[in-house]
Write a protein that binds this ligand. Structure first.
Ligand code: FA5
Length: 338
């Protein structure tokens, strides 16, 4: 029994089989139990010798079972480890990381440029009160200038902002001039009922800028914009002012920069004149200051508003503004920064 038992134990291939053998050998109905029970029928003097022998056999079998169990358990763990092992030399699956949208990149570049000149970045509301979008900017109801920016209205008093200039009015109201001048920029999304085409979108991005203090002149406007344009578009850019009209500035100007990158948008105009229009600006109208409770006899300054999409088109030679909003990753990936 012992020899056969040990043979079986050593042959067992897994823990389940080993357990079956254990039950078979040592279980209640197994031969070992039978032998020990059978002791009753033996003569008294035979019992100690047979009993001690049977116990030895049982201990032997138990020990062999335990040994085999440990072997099998170790083999099982080894097998598991081998299966789960990582081969660090195998080529990995590449992980695609996202990137900032090209509009966001230009915005951040512009922010950095103006922060460097002491401007702070503020932000207002895409859903805006009519009085900030128009009235406080010297555009009363029925003023023809309202037609310049065809508007999405939410109701009579609430609209989707048509430009970033409402932030001028809001910051003017808030600013404490005893602490120094107000120098702010405000980039954001604006909405107009324009028909989408290569250079127009019904939703696009603008950046407003405003510098109001005690002795701010048009020379400051020109210097600030020249510096910013050269930083963004290259050191050899010239800028020029052309007279224009905005209700919230007087005088108002349209700002052109000298042509470059002329495979891109606006190149027909560029090729003819050597200049391309990039933004609107001017000296803040006294009525705008008054509407915000700022004394125009003491304080004054300039404001400008630029189209971020148009800047991105110009900088990268993109011909169609709609590409910014179609989310074609093949287009977007071209602007991915390392
Ligand atoms: C304004 O929105 C003025 N608030 C700018 C301003 C601010 C002037 C402060 C003076 C002082 P305008 O409507 O021209 O101006 O728009 C400014 C720029 O937004 C344009 O030069 C152009 O680059 C861009 N823009 C206008 N309409 C669209 C459009 N539909 N799609 C894309 N860009 C547009």
């Amino acid at each position: 029994l012992k020899q056969q038992g040990i043979k079986d134990i050593e042959k067992s291939a897994d823990l389940k089989e080993l357990n079956d053998i254990r039950v078979h050998l040592l279980g209640k109905k197994g031969p070992m139990t039978e032998i020990l029970h059978g002791m009753r029928d033996l003569a008294k003097e035979e019992r100690p010798a047979v009993g001690s022998f049977a116990n030895k056999v049982r201990d032997n079998l138990t020990e062999t079972l335990e040994q085999r169990k440990q072997e099998l358990e170790a083999a099982k763990i080894e097998h598991q480890l081998a299966q789960e092992a990582l081969d660090v030399t195998l080529p990995g699956t590449p992980v695609r990381s996202g990137a900032h949208h090209v509009i966001m990149q230009i915005t951040e570049t512009l922010e950095a440029i103006f922060l460097g000149m002491g401007f702070q970045v503020v932000s207002g509301y895409e859903v805006e009160e009519e009085k900030y979008n128009f009235e406080k900017l010297n555009i009363p109801k029925n003023h023809p200038a309202r037609d310049m920016q065809d508007t999405f209205y939410i109701n009579n008093d609430i609209l989707m902002r048509t430009h970033m200039s409402p932030d001028e009015a809001r910051e003017l109201e808030k600013h404490d001039f005893s602490q120094g001048p107000l120098k702010m920029i405000s980039p954001g999304r604006v909405y107009r009922r324009d028909t989408d085409d290569a250079t127009h979108s019904h939703q696009f991005f603008q950046m407003e800028g405003q510098y109001i203090g005690k002795h701010v002149t048009m020379a400051d406007l020109k210097g600030t914009l020249t510096f910013a344009m050269r930083k963004l578009f290259g050191a050899d850019r010239e800028i020029r002012f052309r007279p224009s009209y905005f209700p919230f500035t007087e005088p108002s100007v349209e700002v052109d920069i000298s042509c470059f990158n002329c495979d891109g948008s606006g190149c027909e105009v560029c090729k003819q004149s050597g200049w391309i229009e990039v933004l609107g600006a001017g000296m803040t109208h006294p009525n705008v200051l008054k509407a915000a409770g700022v004394d125009p006899d003491v304080y004054g300054g300039f404001a400008f508003g630029l189209g971020i999409d148009r800047f991105a088109m110009l900088k990268y030679g993109i011909n169609d503004i709609r590409q910014f909003y179609q989310n074609d990753v093949r287009f977007l990936r071209q602007f991915k920064q390392a």
